[in-house]
Design a protein around this ligand. Structure first.
Ligand code: URP
Ligand code: ZN
Ligand code: ZN
Length: 468
């Protein structure tokens, strides 16, 4: 099976070149001009940009959390991702307390394998950092997993202490693996929550107070200090605070191996969204929550000065009204008080076009930097490159044929995510994926879905030692 994509402008992190792409058996076989078209399916991409498929390094599909489960599974979430230009993602498998990391990974592999429509991999969240767990870390490479996450928040659920955090980082680094951290101070959140509830402060906006800027910034500063202490590399997920960005910047300037991720919602939304009449604010409850205008500005600056390496979603959708037939319980669980609202927001379909519209169309970043943030850097950081994350000979043909002129209005009624609201409802963006392929198979063609459950493959990743 051979395909030629011709007449498009190919944009990678490094180059912008008019060249045609020859795809054979799912792999990019050649880049150039004037390929023989005999026996090939030919796609004329005149007037479009050809971009590497998006890689979302931070998602939570079908994740048990907050007394329920996130509403997108590995099929609905993958279909939505593909419509939005994302062809691969790395989801979080969870260790069950008392059980091994390996079993956590295997449980998530089982959930995904028959449903997957795009390619995927896993990080493993360390929730029970016993001596045995720390010793097990090198063994997870056999499962194709080379990154671990610890939570400094969610006290009594996922939170680990500083000793466990440093032990995890150190063991991971010794074995060429990467540690990731959810950096908010869980003890401070628990204390604040108790105080706020005692004062009868149950409105949605108090989630922002319980997760204030200093609570995130403290944990990020601490995490950066631990990089200095342990010398182990660290990737800080979903940065939402200006002082958090600054802590990463300072660490990087010192030459520390610290990397930063932000998520699309923090570029567009502030804490005003949680401060709305009634229950509306629950739609925006996630941790860390979006903060002030100045934090938003600082995150944009972090993107342009390269303090931040990746753009993710932290896609973790919950129904706004989960009481309807066929739905899992959702945000309504928190109708009495903000602290009972499941934490998480949808975004897997929105990330790629929203960043293009807000950052490339406005001239804030170049198309090449867009590719770097949404695809190449996630691939390089997490050991998927060059199989994924670029358009090069030998790489998987994970390709977005992107129409830079197409206007699209984002609406929950037309999006493909399995959730009844969209954070960007009514927003019109310019630039939308026209065709999306994974390993040469066309999954999205305009409004048509050609994908199928079971096509998506688990991608085993490499350790730093194997890459070098
Ligand atoms: O609110 C969020 N972010 N939910 C998903 C879990 C996490 O903390 O990443
Ligand atoms: Zn988190
Ligand atoms: Zn997350």
């Amino acid at each position: 099976m051979k395909t030629i994509i011709k007449n498009g402008k190919v944009i990678t992190a490094g180059d912008t070149i008019f060249q045609d792409i020859l795809i054979e058996d799912g792999i990019i076989k050649a880049l150039g001009k004037n390929f023989s078209e005999e026996g090939c399916e030919v796609i004329d991409a005149e007037g479009t940009y050809i971009l590497p498929g998006g890689i979302d390094p931070h998602t939570h599909l079908e994740m048990p959390f907050g007394g329920t489960v996130s509403s997108d599974d590995f099929y609905t979430g993958h279909k939505a991702a593909a419509f939005g230009g994302t062809t691969c993602h790395i989801d979080f498998a969870l260790q069950t307390k008392g059980d091994s990391l390996t079993n956590g990974i295997r449980t998530w592999k089982e959930k995904a394998k028959d449903k997957a429509a795009i390619d995927y991999s896993f990080h493993i969240a360390v929730t029970d950092p016993t001596e045995e767990t720390i010793e097990e870390i090198p063994a997870i490479v056999k499962e194709g997993v080379t990154s671990l996450k610890v939570f400094l928040a969610y006290k009594g659920v996922f939170q680990v202490d500083d000793t466990a955090f440093m032990q995890t980082m150190t063991k991971a680094a010794e074995n060429g693996m990467l540690t990731m951290v959810h950096a908010e101070n869980g003890d401070a959140i628990a204390l604040k929550t108790k105080e706020l509830l005692e004062e009868g402060k149950t409105d949605m906006k108090y989630h922002s107070e319980a997760h204030c800027e200093a609570i995130e910034a403290e944990a990020i500063n601490r995490a950066v200090s631990f990089v200095e202490i342990t010398k182990a590399p660290l990737y800080i997920v979903h940065i939402a605070s200006g002082n958090g960005v600054e802590a990463v910047r300072k660490g990087r300037r010192k030459g520390l191996p610290v990397m930063g991720e932000t998520c699309i919602q923090y570029l567009y939304i502030t804490d005003d969204a949680l401060d709305q009449p009634g229950f509306e604010g629950a739609k925006y409850i996630c941790s860390p929550p979006p903060k002030k205008e100045e934090d938003k500005k600082a995150i944009w600056e972090g993107l342009t000065d390269k303090t931040i390496q990746t753009m993710a979603t932290d896609h973790c959708p919950f129904w706004f009204d989960g009481t309807k037939e066929g739905r899992t319980p959702g945000k309504e669980l928190g109708k009495g008080s903000w602290d009972k609202v499941p934490n998480g927001v949808p975004g897997i379909e929105d990330r790629y076009p929203l960043l293009w519209d807000g950052a490339v169309n406005t001239g804030i970043i170049t198309p090449n930097r867009f590719v770097e943030l949404t695809s190449t850097n996630p691939a390089k950081i997490f050991g998927l490159y060059p199989k994924k994350g670029t358009i090069a000979v030998g790489s998987d043909a994970d390709i977005v044929i992107f129409d830079p002129e197409k206007k699209h209005t984002i609406e929950a009624s037309t999006h493909h995510m399995n959730v009844d609201y969209n954070l960007y409802e009514g927003m019109t963006v310019t630039g939308w994926p026209q065709k999306v392929m994974v390993r040469g198979k066309l999954l999205v063609d305009g409004d048509d879905w050609l994908g199928e459950a079971g096509f998506g493959e688990f991608v085993a990743r490499k350790t730093e030692n194997e890459i070098l």
